[in-house]
Design a protein around this ligand. Structure first.
Ligand SMILES: [Zn+2]
Length: 488
C-alpha cells in the first residue's frame, strides 16, 4: 500500500523547483540511488540499460573509425602521473590515492585513475617505434574517480563516473585533427539521434580546456535551471604528452619525431542531461531509441474477461515484435501483474518514462482496436488492430518531437549580450549568454574572479565578431563569440 501511494505522489514542479524535482525523479523512477559513499551513486538497471545503449551506439561508430577497445589498470604510480606538469596540476587536487596494502605502507603511492593518460602513454612509449606503428587508436570503457568537493548531483557531478576514454596517436597533426572532428561528429550524432538532445559544439577557452591539452572541443547543453552541462569532448594534445612520456617514432625519412595525440570522452553525465531536458512533472520521458522498454501493454480485465484480454494482448505483442523487428526481450512488455491496479501501472510507467503505453480492455477487443498513450505529449487515442504499424511511426515521431523540443529549448534560451550587466541579467533569467570576447587568459581570469560561477562555456565555431567589435569585459578587440553560463 505504501508503495502504491509513493507512485501516485506528485513530483515537485520542474520549472519552479528544478533541483528538488531532479533529485526525486532520479530516485523515484528507479534510475539511481545514493550509496554509503558520499558523492558515489548506484546505477540501477534502468540507468545502466540507458548507459549500455549509449555505449553500443558510440562503440559501433568508433569501430568503423578503426578504434579498438582495451583495458589498462585502475592504478597509476605517482611517478608516472607527475610527468606532464599541467596535467598533474589540473588533476592532483581531486586524486584519490592508495597508500596501503593491508597494514603495510606502499613504497610508492598509487593514484586511482582520474583519467588514464599517464598509465596508457607509458605503454605507448614502448609500443610506438616507427611510422608503421601509427596511427594507434585505443579506447577504454571504464570508471574514473575524481574526489571533488563540490556539491554532488546524481549523474551530473559525482566522485566516480563511467565513460569512454579514447587515446589516439598519429604521425601528423592533420590526421589527428581529421579524426578529432570525425569523433566529435560521432558524439553529436549519438546525442542528437539517439538521446534526442541538441547542444552547442564549440572550442574551449584557455582556462576551461583539458589539463595538458593544446585545444579542447566540447558539446555544451543547457539545462532547464539555466545551468550549462558539458557533454562529450575531444582534445588535441599536440606533442605535449608525447614529450612528457617520450612517445616518438622514426618517420619515413628515418627522422625521430614525436606523435600527435587526441583524447575523447562521453560519460554517464549524459544520462543526467537527457533526463533533465526531456522529463516532466509526471516523471521520466525517454526517447524511444534509448528506452530499454519502448512499449508497455497493460491488459485491463476481471475474472470473466481475463483469458480473452490476455490472449488479445499477446497477439498484439507478437505483431508489434514483428513490426519493430526488435529482438530485445524488454523492448515490448505485457504487464499482467494482478496485485497492482491498471491506474497504478499507468502512473508507474509514466514515472519510468516508457514512450508508448497500450491499454487493452474488453471494449478495445470488441472494436478490434487498442488504446494508445504517448508519454511525451500525454495524448491518448485509439487505433485499429489492422493499423498497428502506426505504432512504429509513432515511436519515430516521439523521437523526432523530443529532439525538436530540445533544440527549440536551447535556441530560444540563448541571448546575445553587449555588456556585463546584460550578461548578468541573462544568466539570472536562466539563459545562456553569447558575447564578444578577447579570449586572453588575463581577461578570463578576471571574469572568474568577478563573476563567480559564470564561466565561458565554448567559443562559437560558426560565428565571428565584426572588425570593430570589442570584448564586453575589457574593451579590447574581440577575437571570438563565446557562450557564457553557470555550469555543473
Ligand atoms: Zn577581454
Amino acid at each position: 500500500m505504501e508503495k502504491q501511494q509513493n507512485i501516485k505522489q506528485k513530483l515537485p514542479d520542474k520549472f519552479s523547483n528544478f533541483s528538488e524535482w531532479y533529485q526525486q525523479l532520479i530516485l523515484r523512477s528507479g534510475l539511481a540511488d545514493y550509496s554509503s559513499v558520499s558523492g558515489c551513486i548506484v546505477y540501477r538497471p534502468l540507468a545502466y540499460a540507458i548507459w549500455e545503449k549509449i555505449m553500443q551506439e558510440v562503440d559501433k561508430r568508433f569501430k568503423q573509425l578503426g578504434i579498438k577497445n582495451c583495458y589498462f589498470p585502475l592504478f597509476i604510480p605517482e611517478k608516472l602521473f607527475e610527468k606532464e606538469a599541467e596535467h598533474i596540476a589540473g588533476f592532483k587536487p581531486e586524486v584519490a590515492w592508495v597508500t596501503h596494502a593491508g597494514d603495510t605502507k606502499l613504497a610508492e603511492r598509487l593514484a586511482v585513475r582520474p583519467t588514464s593518460e599517464a598509465i596508457m602513454y607509458a605503454s605507448y612509449s614502448k609500443w610506438i617505434r616507427s611510422w608503421r606503428d601509427l596511427p594507434l587508436k585505443l579506447n577504454q570503457w571504464n570508471n574514473v574517480v575524481r574526489w571533488e568537493f563540490k556539491h554532488p548531483v546524481p549523474f551530473l557531478r559525482g566522485r566516480e563516473f563511467l565513460w569512454n576514454e579514447g587515446h589516439n596517436a598519429y604521425a601528423t597533426e592533420k590526421e589527428a585533427m581529421e579524426d578529432l572532428w570525425k569523433i566529435l561528429n560521432i558524439y553529436k550524432d549519438v546525442c542528437e539521434n539517439i538521446l534526442a538532445l541538441y547542444g552547442i559544439v564549440g572550442k574551449k577557452t584557455e582556462l576551461e580546456k583539458f589539463a595538458g591539452a593544446v585545444s579542447s572541443y566540447a558539446i555544451e547543453f543547457l539545462l532547464p535551471n539555466g545551468k550549462a552541462a558539458q557533454g562529450p569532448d575531444a582534445h588535441f594534445d599536440g606533442e605535449n604528452f608525447a614529450k612528457a612520456y617520450d612517445i616518438c617514432f622514426l618517420d619515413q625519412q628515418q627522422q625521430k619525431r614525436y606523435v600527435q595525440q587526441i583524447t575523447y570522452a562521453i560519460s554517464t553525465r549524459m544520462i543526467g542531461v537527457m533526463v533533465a531536458i526531456h522529463s516532466d512533472n509526471h516523471g521520466l520521458v525517454l526517447p524511444p531509441k534509448v528506452a530499454p522498454t519502448k512499449i508497455v501493454i497493460i491488459p485491463i480485465f476481471d475474472k470473466q474477461t481475463k483469458q480473452n484480454v490476455l490472449d488479445y494482448a499477446k497477439q498484439v505483442k507478437s505483431e508489434l515484435v514483428k513490426l519493430l523487428s526488435n529482438s530485445d526481450s524488454d523492448a515490448i512488455i505485457i504487464d499482467d501483474r494482478e496485485q497492482y491496479t491498471p491506474g497504478y501501472k499507468f502512473n508507474e510507467y509514466e514515472l519510468k518514462g516508457v514512450p508508448v503505453r497500450i491499454e487493452i480492455g474488453m471494449r478495445d477487443i470488441e472494436q478490434e482496436s487498442v488504446t494508445v498513450f504517448r508519454r511525451d505529449t500525454l495524448e491518448r487515442f485509439t487505433i485499429k488492430l489492422s493499423q498497428l504499424s502506426k505504432i512504429k511511426e509513432l515511436l519515430d515521431e516521439i523521437q523526432k518531437n523530443l529532439f525538436e523540443k530540445a533544440k527549440q529549448f536551447l535556441l530560444s534560451n540563448v541571448v546575445t549580450v553587449n555588456n556585463i550587466d546584460e550578461l548578468k541579467q541573462a544568466i539570472a533569467n536562466k539563459k545562456m549568454a553569447k558575447a564578444n570576447f578577447c579570449c586572453t587568459k588575463e581577461c578570463e581570469q578576471n571574469i572568474a574572479e568577478q563573476l563567480e560561477a559564470i564561466t565561458p562555456r565554448v567559443i562559437a565555431l560558426d560565428e565571428k565578431p565584426n572588425e570593430n567589435d570589442k570584448c564586453i569585459f575589457c574593451g579590447k578587440k574581440a577575437q571570438a563569440v563565446v557562450y557564457f553560463a553557470r555550469s555543473y
